[in-house]
Design a protein around this ligand. Structure first.
Ligand code: DPP
Ligand code: ZN
Length: 881
C-alpha cells in the first residue's frame, strides 16, 4: 500500500470546469455517463501537455471519447485505480460511460443501496467509485446531474442544487435533472433515489430570501422529523447571527438513510444523514439522541460555509473544515442549551477518547503529515482536538477578534480550496497577531503536560505561578517544541470570592479571570497585591487541551467544588476529587486490602444534593463518577478489574450513604415527569438527567421500593429517556426475572424500529455482569442484528468493546479473539467500519503484559488473515510497529 505525504502535494495538471452526469439506475446495474469539460491548469508549468490521470475504482468502462472521438484500447491505460490518456489540446471534453453495481456495494462508499433506496457517500474518495474523475478537493467544478429510474419504486430523484427539468418515459421510467450553480469538489456530490416522503418548511434568510426546507425519510418515519427541522431552522438563524453566514441556494434538503458509515454528510444542498442523526421523538429517542440530532444537523448545515463555500485543498487539511465546524456546532449547542454542561461533556469526551488516541500507535497531528487511507483520519484528533485548537485561537484573540478573523477568512477564500495556514493567516491579518508558534498545535501530535507550582510571599504580597510544559514522544515525533498554551485562571480568597488579578508590571488589575499565554518550556508569572494566600483555579473552562498537573489536596478540591465562580472548574474539582478517591481504592484492590473510601467525597456530594438552588444538570454531572475508560486512560497500566471493582465500590458507598436525598430527588423529579408532557429543552433534559442518575444509584441499594419505582418508570414513562434508563439499570441489576421480562417487552414493542433496537442491543452490550461476551454472541443471532448495518455493529460490538471493559478485557483473551473475528469478516464487507472497530485492540500498550500478548496476537492474526483493505492494513500495521 502506498503512503501519501503532505510534502508531496502538487496542484492538479488539469481542471474540470463543467461536469455533466447521467445516471440510469437499474436493479442489477447502474450506467453512469460523465461528460467533463476540462482544461489545463494555468498555475502549472507550461510546455508539453502532461498525461491526464483520472481516478477510478471498480468501474466497468463501456466507452470513452476525447472531443467526441471514440478512443480505442491503445489510446488509454487502465490500472486498478486510474485511467491514463494523453490529451492533445489545452482544452478538451472527455466522455465516459461506465457500469457500476450499487446493489452489491456493502462498503457504503460511492453509490450504494440502503434498503430499497439508492444513495451516495463520496467523502473522502468515494466519487472515484462512481465515475472516472479528478477525485481531489482542489478540483472544483459545476455539476449538472440527470437521474433516471423506474417511477414506481423510485418516485423521488434528488441531486445537488436546484431541480431544472424532469419527465416521464413510456416504459415506466422517469428522470430529473438537477443543476448546482456553485463549483464544488466531487466529494460533495450526492444522489438519492427512492420512495421517500418529506416534511416541508421554509426559512427566510437575513436578506429576505425564501429557502424551501425538506427532510426526506421513509414513509413510516415522517412523524420523527420535526425535531431535526426545528434544529435546522435554529442553525440557519444562528449562523447568520453568530457568523454573518447566509444560506445560498433556494432549497436545502436532508435525506435520512439507515445504512451509513458516518453520522452525516454535508453534500451541497443535499445533506445525507444516518437516520440516527435525524429521527427523534419523545417515545423513541432519548434526550441525548435529541441533542445529538440538533448538533449534527447544525454541524452539517454549518459546513455549507466552513467546508463547501470554502473547502480543503487536500485531505491533510481536513481539520480546516472539521475542527472549525465542530467548534461552530459546539458554540451553537452551548447557546441552545447549558453552556457549562456542553463544555463538561465535550471535555470528558476529549480526555477519555482523544487523549487515548494521542497516546496510542495511531497518534497524529491535527494536520497529519502522511496517510495510507484517508478514511482512517476522520479522527477525534482531527475533529475534537481540531476544534480545541480553534477554540484556543478564539481565547487568545477574544470573541471580537475571532469574528473579524472568520469574516476575513470567508471573504478572502470564498469559492476556494485552501489550507490550515490560510485559516490562521486570516486570523492573524484581521488582528495584527502572530500565530507562528501557535501553529505547532497543527503540526505536533501528543497531549502536552502542564505542571504548575506556586509560591506565595506573605510579606511582599506576591504570588508566583510557575508553568512547565512538556509533551511525550509520539510516532515519528520523538521531541517537541513548546506550544502556546492559553491558561485561563482565577485566584480565590479564603471566603471563596475571586480576587482581583494584577500582574507584575501592569498598571491596573485585569479583572478576576485572566488568560495567561504560556509559551516557553518553563515560565513564571507573578501577581502583585495579593492580600492573602489564594487558592488557584487553573485552566478555567478547560482553556487548553492539556493534562494539568497541580498538587491539589482533597480539601482544596472540596473548596473549589463549592466556590469556584467558573462552573466548569467546579465540576472539574469534583472530578479530580473523585479520581483521587478512586485511585486510592484501585490501589487497595491491587494490594488485596479491604476497600475503604475517603468519606469526604460523600460529604461533598451530599452538600450538592441538599442545595436545591443548583442547576439540576450540573448536579447530575457532578454526581457522575469518572468513567472506567477515563480511569484507564489516566493509569500507567490500566487494571480493568481493579478499576471496575473500585468504581462499583464507590458507587455503592455513595448510594448507601446518600439514599435519602437521592430518593427524595428521584421521587420529586419522577412526579414532575409523570405530570408534564415531554419537552426537548435544556431545563427538562436537566431534570431527567438528575432523576435518572439518582435512579441508577438507588438501584444499587436493591431495595424493594426502588425496584418497584424502576418498573413503574419503565412501564409508564411516556419517553425513551426514562424508559431506557429504567431498562439499563434493570439489565445491570441482579433482578433476573424483572430484567428478562423488561427486555422482552421492550423488544416486542419496538421490534419494527431499528434505531430503538440499536439501543436495546447497546444496553445489553454494556452490561458489566459476568458472561458479557456470551450475551453479545447470542445477540448477534437475533433477527434484528446484521453486520451489514453500521449502526448495528456499533450498537452491539462497538459498545461491548469500548464500554464494557471488564468483559472485553477478560483474562483469557476471548473478548479480543471475538473482536478480531468481527474485524476479519467486516474487512471484506465494509473496510471503514472494520477499521474503526479495531481501535480498542490498538491500545494494547495500556494493559498488563499477559493482555498485551493476547491483544498483539489478535492483531497479528488479522494481519495474516488474507487480503486486507488499506483501511485495516494501515491501523493494524501501525499498531504492531
Ligand atoms: N460527514 C462528515 C462530517 O460532517 C464528514 N464531512 O463530519
Ligand atoms: Zn463535519
Amino acid at each position: 500500500p502506498k503512503v501519501i505525504h503532505l510534502k508531496d502535494y502538487q496542484a492538479p495538471e488539469y481542471l474540470i470546469d463543467e461536469t455533466h452526469l447521467t445516471f440510469e439506475l437499474y436493479e442489477d446495474r447502474t450506467l453512469v455517463h460523465a461528460q467533463l469539460v476540462m482544461r489545463r491548469n494555468p498555475e502549472r508549468p507550461a510546455g508539453k501537455l502532461p498525461p491526464l490521470e483520472l481516478h477510478g475504482q471498480e468501474l466497468e468502462l463501456q466507452a470513452i471519447a476525447l472531443n467526441d472521438r471514440e478512443l480505442g484500447l491503445g489510446d488509454y491505460q487502465i490500472s486498478e485505480d486510474c485511467l491514463t490518456l494523453q490529451p492533445d489540446s489545452e482544452s478538451f471534453v472527455i466522455d465516459t460511460s461506465v457500469v457500476i453495481h450499487p446493489e452489491t456495494n456493502t462498503a457504503l462508499e460511492g453509490l450504494y443501496k440502503s434498503g430499497s433506496m439508492f444513495c451516495t457517500q463520496c467523502e473522502a474518495e468515494g466519487f472515484r467509485k462512481i465515475t472516472y474523475y479528478l477525485d481531489r478537493p482542489d478540483v472544483m467544478s459545476k455539476f449538472t446531474t440527470t437521474v433516471s429510474a423506474e417511477q414506481k419504486a423510485y418516485p423521488v430523484l434528488l441531486s445537488n442544487g436546484n431541480p431544472i427539468a424532469s419527465g416521464s418515459e413510456d416504459d415506466g421510467r422517469h428522470w430529473a435533472t438537477w443543476e448546482d450553480p456553485f463549483k464544488k469538489p466531487a466529494y460533495l456530490f450526492a444522489l438519492v433515489a427512492g420512495d421517500l416522503w418529506a416534511i416541508e418548511d421554509s426559512f427566510t434568510t437575513m436578506s429576505g430570501r425564501n429557502v424551501a426546507l425538506r427532510i426526506y425519510v421513509e414513509p413510516e418515519n415522517v412523524d420523527k422529523c420535526q425535531h431535526a427541522m426545528d434544529s435546522l431552522k435554529k442553525s440557519m438563524k444562528w449562523d447568520e447571527e453568530a457568523y454573518g453566514r447566509e444560506y445560498d441556494l433556494d432549497i436545502f434538503m436532508i435525506v435520512a438513510v439507515n445504512d451509513f458509515n458516518m453520522g452525516a454528510m454535508e453534500n451541497k444542498g443535499l445533506n445525507i444523514f444516518n437516520s440516527s442523526a435525524v429521527l427523534a421523538r419523545a417515545e423513541t429517542a432519548t434526550d441525548a439522541a435529541h441533542q445529538r440530532v440538533e448538533a449534527i444537523v447544525a454541524h452539517e448545515y454549518f459546513h455549507n460555509w466552513s467546508g463547501n463555500r470554502v473547502t480543503c485543498r487536500d485531505w491533510f487539511q481536513l481539520s480546516l473544515k472539521e475542527g472549525f465546524t465542530v467548534f461552530r456546532d459546539s458554540q451553537f449547542s452551548a447557546d441552545m442549551n447549558s453552556a457549562t454542561v456542553k463544555r463538561i461533556e465535550d471535555v470528558a469526551y476529549l480526555r477519555t477518547h482523544q487523549f487515548a488516541e494521542d497516546a496510542g500507535p495511531m497518534a497524529h497531528s491535527v494536520r497529519p503529515e502522511s496517510f495510507i487511507e484517508i478514511s482512517n483520519f476522520y479522527t477525534l484528533t482531527v475533529y475534537e482536538k481540531g476544534a480545541e485548537v480553534v477554540r484556543m485561537i478564539q481565547t487568545l484573540l477574544g470573541d471580537e477578534g475571532f469574528r473579524k478573523g472568520s469574516d476575513l477568512y470567508f471573504e478572502r477564500h470564498d469559492g476556494q480550496a485552501v489550507t490550515v495556514d490560510d485559516f490562521v493567516k486570516a486570523m492573524e491579518d484581521a488582528n495584527g497577531a502572530d500565530l507562528t508558534q501557535f501553529k505547532r498545535w497543527y503540526s505536533q501530535s501528543g497531549t502536552p503536560r502542564l505542571a504548575v507550582s506556586e509560591q506565595y510571599d506573605e510579606v511582599a504580597k506576591t504570588y508566583r505561578l510557575t508553568f512547565r510544559q512538556s509533551c511525550p514522544p509520539t510516532p515519528g515525533q520523538p521531541t517537541k517544541e513548546p506550544f502556546v498554551i492559553p491558561v485561563a485562571l482565577g485566584l480565590l480568597a479564603a471566603d471563596g470570592s475571586d480576587m482581583p488579578l494584577r500582574l507584575d508590571g501592569e498598571a491596573s488589575a485585569v479583572g478576576t479571570s485572566h488568560v495567561l499565554a504560556v509559551t516557553e518550556a518553563e515560565q513564571t508569572f507573578t501577581f502583585v497585591d495579593v492580600a492573602e494566600r489564594p487558592q488557584p483555579s487553573l485552566l478555567r473552562g478547560f482553556s487548553a487541551p492539556v493534562k494539568l498537573d497541580y498538587p491539589y489536596d482533597r480539601d482544596q478540591l472540596m473548596f473549589l467544588m463549592q466556590h469556584d465562580s467558573d462552573g466548569f472548574n467546579r465540576w472539574e474539582a469534583g472530578q479530580q476529587l473523585s479520581v483521587q478517591v478512586l485511585q486510592e481504592l484501585i490501589g487497595q484492590h491491587q494490594r488485596g486490602e479491604a476497600l475503604a473510601m475517603d468519606e469526604r467525597l460523600i460529604t461533598a456530594l451530599r452538600t450538592l444534593l441538599q442545595n436545591d438552588k443548583l442547576d439540576a444538570a450540573m448536579v447530575a454531572e457532578m454526581l457522575s463518577l469518572p468513567g472506567e475508560a477515563y480511569l484507564a486512560e489516566i493509569s500507567e497500566v490500566a487494571d480493568v478489574d481493579a478499576i471496575h471493582a473500585a468504581r462499583e465500590f464507590a458507587r455503592k458507598r455513595i448510594a448507601d450513604a446518600l439514599f435519602e436525598p437521592l430518593w427524595q430527588r428521584y421521587q420529586g423529579n419522577r412526579e414532575t415527569s409523570r405530570s408534564t408532557p415531554y419537552v426537548a429543552s435544556a431545563e427538562h433534559f436537566a431534570r431527567r438527567a438528575l432523576q435518572n442518575i439518582a435512579l441508577s444509584y438507588l438501584m444499587l441499594s436493591e431495595k424493594a421500593e426502588v425496584v418497584e419505582a424502576c418498573l413503574e418508570q419503565f412501564e409508564q414513562a411516556d419517553n425513551m429517556t426514562e424508559r431506557l434508563t429504567a431498562l439499563a439499570v434493570l439489565v445491570n441489576s441482579p433482578f433476573e426475572a424483572e430484567r428478562d421480562k423488561a427486555l422482552q417487552a421492550f423488544a416486542e414493542h419496538f421490534k419494527d424500529n431499528p434505531l430503538v433496537m440499536d439501543q436495546w442491543f447497546s444496553v445489553q452490550a454494556g452490561n458489566p455482569l459476568p458472561g458479557g461476551l456470551e450475551r453479545v454472541q447470542t445477540l448477534m443471532q437475533h433477527p434484528a442484528f446484521t453486520l451489514k448495518n453500521p449502526n448495528k455493529v456499533r450498537a452491539l460490538i462497538g459498545a461491548f468493546a469500548n464500554q464494557n471493559l471488564i468483559n472485553f478485557h477478560r483474562a483469557d483473551g476471548a473478548g479480543y479473539r471475538f473482536l478480531a473475528d468481527q474485524v476479519i469478516t467486516l474487512n471484506s464487507l465494509n473496510p471503514q467500519i472494520a477499521s474503526r472497530l479495531l481501535a480498542p485492540l490498538t491500545r494494547w500498550r495500556k494493559y498488563d503484559s499477559a493482555r498485551q500478548a493476547l491483544m498483539r496476537a489478535e492483531l497479528e492474526r488479522i494481519l495474516a488473515s488474507g487480503e486486507l483493505s488499506s483501511d485495516v492494513y494501515e491501523v493494524v500495521s501501525k499498531s504492531l510497529a
